[in-house]
Design a protein around this ligand. Structure first.
Ligand code: ADP
Length: 233
């Protein structure tokens, strides 16, 4: 059976979260899980230009995911790639579920996700940071979005694979998921590899439990910021 050196199979890496880290942005957040660090900044809702793109019935959400060139040991070429475009799109869809864009006609909400340091699970860390940044921007939301990668390493179902596990020689499957913990609705589900139906069920269960833990951290972090601000008034 595959074993981990420093944590249990159902245990995510150590997590840390912060909000309000970028003063110029309307909302911002940092989410760290193990050696993966994501930052997100939100601008808006603000008028959408060029004007012909405006929709008087609803606003739009624009998500841009990017990895810093120094986020992995080999330098990443700056600028959009096929991978970053795909991750921007799936992150946008994952976050759309928690917003009601009809409240913001003719507007855009811009979300920028930057990966400072990557050790797998970056799309999930980015979504966790982005949903906190949306809340920090004061945008009305149905719920936060929590995300984690689950999967299979060798013969074991695991949560929160790191890069070494993603590259495990005995075979590895990575299944990132995002959900709104309050109603349990899943807004991102991808899979890189192979798993049986039974394994997928087990992995999903593990993902749900971990999303609930992440959710508690996200809520606590947001509450801490706003409680301090009220006390200072
Ligand atoms: P995710 O980061 O959401 O798991 P991927 O499965 O595409 O997305 O990537 C897995 C990991 O591979 C990343 O987190 C990162 O650590 C590493 N990685 C991605 N792109 C590159 C790259 N261009 N060079 C080196 N490592 C990379």
């Amino acid at each position: 059976m595959y074993k981990r050196k420093s944590r249990k199979l159902d245990e995510p890496r150590e997590m840390e979260a912060k909000v309000g880290i970028i003063k110029r942005a309307d909302g911002s957040a940092m989410f760290k899980i193990g050696n993966t660090i994501a930052m997100a900044a939100v601008y808006g809702p603000r008028n959408l230009y060029p004007k012909f793109m405006q929709n008087p019935e609803k606003g739009i959400l624009r998500v841009n995911y990017n990895m810093f060139s120094f986020s992995v040991s080999e330098r990443i070429r700056p600028g959009p790639s096929r991978r970053s475009k795909e991750i921007s799109l799936v992150s946008e869809n994952a976050l759309l579920s928690c917003l009601n864009l009809e409240e913001f006609p003719n507007s855009v909400i811009d979300v920028y996700i930057e990966i400072l340091q990557a050790d797998a699970g970056t799309r999930c860390a980015g979504i966790c940071a982005a949903s906190m940044a949306l809340a920090d921007a004061g945008i009305p939301m149905r719920d936060l979005v929590s995300a984690i990668s689950v999967g299979k390493v060798g013969d074991a179902i695991v949560v929160d694979l790191d890069k070494e596990e993603e590259d495990y020689e005995g075979g590895s499957t990575d299944m990132p998921i995002a959900m709104m913990p309050r109603n349990g609705k899943i807004s991102l589900l991808q899979m890189d590899g192979n798993m049986s139906k039974e394994d997928i069920k087990k992995a999903l269960e593990l993902g749900r439990n971990t999303c609930n833990k992440i959710y508690e951290l996200q809520k606590r972090t947001l509450k801490e910021k706003y409680m301090v601000e009220v006390e200072n008034e």
